[in-house]
Design a protein around this ligand. Structure first.
Ligand code: 6PG
Length: 257
């Protein structure tokens, strides 16, 4: 594997295959740190939308370690979330809870800069409030410094599941989204928000993702039935970070066989 080689998938997506799972997580950690440092250097703060899922959890855990935690000026960091389940903050299915438990709660981030999604009640109004908070923090016409995303085996990203209403949202940045296939309702960022970000990172690890990843990256066209195919625009490119197992069916396309 040609480590640290960025492959141009098309004009709205790049791909990196750092190696096995560990190498990919290491790359994702470094990418997070460099993105935060660059944002703080260029405009004095780093505003990130966190994701649930397994890779982000490993990133959060690593960020608390002694050598990594000193690489970021945490007083300049603002945490938001990309999606949330309708559960209270102490619930083990809560993405907020996961990030805090994994270590972010132990970092010196001012508490008024940690913005959890309140999806346990009145989700519609709370989504509108959350959007206001994001826009106030970022300022006019600005996107997140980093949006972290994963991709489910069905092609969903954040809580933008196939066949759900939020996929069609063109204006709002945060909405409540009914997800019949999970028999639930979620709060989620929408594509207008995700695709305004300065940096978009999509973490895809493990062999169970290889078919979906190939479907999404081997086709240039956006396909609303595969929500992750809508990530990234020409102006706001997405960086897909995949390990060797997830990227197996892409080796041929990038001459890696
Ligand atoms: C969540 C995420 C969700 C996740 C994907 C992939 O709340 O679970 O926002 O969209 O990123 O399901 O998760 P994995 O990376 O753990 O497979």
């Amino acid at each position: 594997m040609k480590k640290d080689t960025f492959y141009k998938v098309d004009d709205r997506r790049d791909l990196i295959i750092p190696g096995n799972k560990d190498a990919s997580v290491q790359f994702a950690i470094e990418h997070f740190i460099v993105t935060a440092q660059n944002a703080i250097k260029s405009h004095g703060r780093f505003v990130v939308a966190l994701s649930g899922g397994s890779t982000p959890k490993s990133i959060y855990k690593a960020l608390v370690s002694e050598d990594k935690s000193k690489e970021i000026n945490w007083s300049k960091v603002h945490l938001f979330w990309g999606d949330e389940r309708p559960v209270p903050p102490e619930h083990e299915e809560s993405n907020y809870h996961m990030a805090m438990e994994a270590g972010l709660g132990r970092l010196p981030i001012p508490t008024d800069q940690i913005h959890r999604m309140k999806a346990e009640a009145d989700i519609e109004n709370n989504a509108a409030e959350y959007e206001k908070k994001i826009r106030q923090t970022l300022g006019k016409n600005k996107g997140f410094d980093l949006v972290m995303l994963g991709m489910g085996d069905d092609g969903h990203t954040a809580s933008l599941f196939p066949d759900t209403k939020a996929l069609h949202e063109e204006k709002k940045w945060v909405v409540s989204n009914e997800v019949p296939q999970k028999n639930t309702i979620r709060m989620t960022l929408t594509f207008p928000c995700i695709n305004s970000a300065m940096n978009i990172a999509v973490y895809v690890l493990g062999p169970s993702k290889k078919d979906m990843l190939a479907k999404i990256l081997l086709h240039k066209e956006k396909n609303i039935d595969l929500p992750s195919s809508l990530i990234g625009t020409k102006e706001h490119k997405a960086l897909w970070i995949a390990d060797e197992d997830a990227a197996e069916l892409l080796f041929h396309r990038f001459g890696l066989e």
